[in-house]
Design a protein around this ligand. Structure first.
Ligand code: GBH
Length: 456
C-alpha cells in the first residue's frame, strides 16, 4: 500500500498548558483546580505539581525552534483560563494574553499553524469554589472566556478547539476522583458532562461571533474504542453501556442534538436529567468544522461488575474491563493500533461529512539519556509507526482524516502520575528543564519530510 499521506496532511504535536507552562503564579495567573489538587497530599505521585513543569512559559522560543527543526505544520497547545482571565472571569490579563499572542506570532514566523484549545482541564479554582462543572453557570463563564480569547487571538490563531476530552474532565474529575477536583459523586459527574457539552455549544457560538468566517472550530474527544469480550448479548450490552456514557453522551448531543435514550434509562436511579433545559441540546449541536479524536488504547468489555468509585455512571455495576494480552506501555495501557482504525472507520460511518483529526496519540516509556546524551526510544517509534500505519489504512478506507498530532512534544506533568511518566518525543530533564530530542523525534521528522512512513 502507498505509504504516503494526502497532500496538505497536517503534521502536528500537542501539549497542554498546565502540563508544560510552569510560571504558575506569574503575570497575574491565579490557581486552577490542578494547582489545588496537585498540592493536596496523596493526589499526585511524588507530590509533583505544575509550578515549574517544563518551564515552557520561559522557554517557548527554544521549543518553537525544536518544532521548526521537526518540520511541524501545526502545533496544538492549550490556553490557561486563569492566565487569560484571572479568577475565571473578566477583565482579561494583558500579560497573560501577550504570552499567547507572542507564541502564535512566533509559530506563524516558523511556518507552523497554531491550534488552540480553550479548556484542557484547568478550571480556575474560583469557579470550582462556586460549584464547578456540575453548575450551569460554569458553562456561561466558559462562553465569556471563549469570546475574550477569540477577540484577542483570532487574527493569529485559525483553529480553535473548545474542550479537550470532556469525558475525563467530568468522570475522572467528579466521578472516580482520579483527576482534579477529585470529587467522587456520580450525579455530579453527569451534571458536569452536560455542562461541559453546554460550554462547548455556547463556546462555539461565542467563537463564531468573534472569529473570521475562515476560522476552524472544533472539539476533541477521547473516544473509547470498544470490543465485546465475547459475542454474547450480555457482553454486547456491557459495550452498549460503556459506549453510552463514554462516547455517545458527547457524540449524540453535539452531532444530533439529542441525549442517548439508553443512557437516560441506565442512569434513571441517579438522575432525571432535569438539569438539561429547553434549548440546551440545540445550542450544543451548533455546527463545528472538524472533530478531534485522542486515541491511546482500545478496551475489551464484558458483563460483570467493577469497583467503585467509578467513572462510568449507569454502567459500573454491569460491566468489567478485560485486560488485553500483548505489549503495554509504561502507563500499563495495551498497544493495539487496530483500535485506532476501528474508531476512525466508525466515525466515517456515523458522522459523514465531518473532517477528523487525530489530536493526540502517543505512548509513555521509561526513557533516559545515556552517557553520550542520546535518548533511544525504539518502543515509542514502533508505537507511532503502527498507529500511523493504522491511520493510513483508515484513509485508504475512505476516512476523511486531515491530520495527526503526536502526544507529546515534550515530557511533561502527566497529571496524577506527575513527572514519572514520559510521553515526549523530546526528553526533558527535571528540574533543569534541559531538552534532548529522542530518537522518535528524528524518526517523526523523517515522516513529516516524506509525508509518509519511512521504509522499515
Ligand atoms: C490524554 O488523556 C490527555 O489529553 C493528555 O493531557 C494526557 O497527558 C495524555 O492523554 C496521556 O495520558 O479510564 O478505564 O477508560 C488520555 C486519558 C487515557 C483516559 C486512557 C481514559 C483509559 C482507561 N485517557 N484512559 S479508562
Amino acid at each position: 500500500m502507498n505509504a504516503h499521506f494526502p497532500a496538505g496532511f497536517r503534521w502536528g504535536s500537542a501539549t497542554a498548558a498546565y502540563q508544560i507552562e510552569g510560571a504558575a503564579a506569574e503575570d497575574g495567573r491565579t490557581p486552577s483546580i490542578w494547582d489545588t489538587f496537585s498540592r493536596t497530599p496523596g493526589k499526585v505521585r511524588n507530590g509533583d505539581t505544575g509550578d515549574t513543569a517544563t518551564d515552557h512559559y520561559h522557554r517557548s522560543r527554544e521549543d518553537i525552534a525544536l518544532m521548526r527543526e521537526l518540520g511541524l505544520t501545526d502545533y496544538r497547545f492549550s490556553l490557561s483560563w486563569s492566565r487569560v482571565l484571572p479568577g475565571g472571569r473578566g477583565p482579561v490579563s494583558q500579560k497573560g494574553l501577550d504570552f499567547y499572542r507572542q507564541l502564535a506570532d512566533e509559530l506563524l514566523d516558523a511556518g507552523i499553524r497554531p491550534v488552540a484549545t480553550l479548556y484542557h482541564w484547568d478550571l480556575p479554582q474560583e469557579l470550582e469554589d462556586a460549584g464547578g462543572w456540575p453548575e450551569r453557570a460554569t458553562a456561561e463563564r466558559f462562553a465569556e472566556y471563549a469570546g475574550r480569547a477569540a477577540e484577542a487571538l483570532g487574527d493569529r490563531v485559525g483553529t480553535w478547539t473548545t474542550l479537550n476530552e470532556p469525558w475525563c474532565a467530568a468522570f475522572l474529575g467528579y466521578g472516580s476522583g482520579e483527576h482534579a477536583p477529585g470529587r467522587t459523586d456520580e450525579r455530579a459527574a453527569l451534571r458536569a458532562a452536560h455542562h461541559l457539552n453546554l460550554a462547548h455549544g455556547l463556546g462555539v457560538r461565542a467563537l463564531r461571533a468573534a472569529l473570521p468566517a475562515s476560522a476552524e472550530v472544533s472539539l476533541t474527544l477521547n473516544l473509547h474504542a470498544l470490543r465485546p469480550h465475547t459475542d454474547t448479548p450480555e457482553d454486547r450490552d456491557a459495550v452498549r453501556r460503556i459506549d453510552a456514557v463514554g462516547n455517545r453522551i458527547f457524540l449524540e448531543p453535539v452531532f444530533h442534538g439529542r441525549l442517548p435514550e439508553d443512557l437516560v434509562a441506565d442512569t434513571a436511579a441517579l438522575t432525571d436529567w432535569s438539569f438539561v433545559h429547553d434549548g440546551d441540546l440545540a445550542a450544543i449541536a451548533a455546527p463545528i468544522d472538524s472533530l478531534g479524536v485522542n486515541y491511546y488504547s482500545p478496551a475489551v468489555v464484558a458483563a460483570g461488575s467493577s469497583a467503585a468509585p467509578s467513572p462510568w455512571p449507569g454502567a459500573a455495576g454491569h460491566v468489567r474491563f478485560v485486560p488485553l494480552p500483548g505489549p503495554r506501555t509504561a502507563m500499563d495501557w495495551p498497544v493495539d493500533a487496530d483500535g485506532l482504525h476501528e474508531l476512525l472507520v466508525r466515525l466515517r460511518d456515523e458522522l459523514p461529512g465531518v473532517p477528523l483529526l487525530v489530536t493526540e496519540n502517543g505512548a509513555a516509556y521509561d526513557d533516559y539519556a545515556d552517557p553520550e546524551g542520546a535518548v533511544h526510544d525504539p518502543e515509542r517509534v514502533a508505537y507511532l509507526a503502527a498507529h500511523l500505519a493504522a491511520a493510513r489504512r483508515a484513509l485508504a478506507d475512505g476516512v476523511d482524516l486531515r491530520g495527526y498530532f503526536v502526544w507529546s512534544l515534550l515530557d511533561n506533568f502527566e497529571w496524577a502520575h506527575g513527572y514519572g511518566r514520559r510521553f515526549g518525543i523530546v526528553h526533558v530533564d527535571f528540574p533543569t528543564g534541559r531538552r534532548t530530542p529522542k530518537d522518535s523525534f528524528r524518526w517523526y521528522r523523517e515522516v513529516i519530510a516524506r509525508n509518509g512512513l519511512p521504509p522499515r
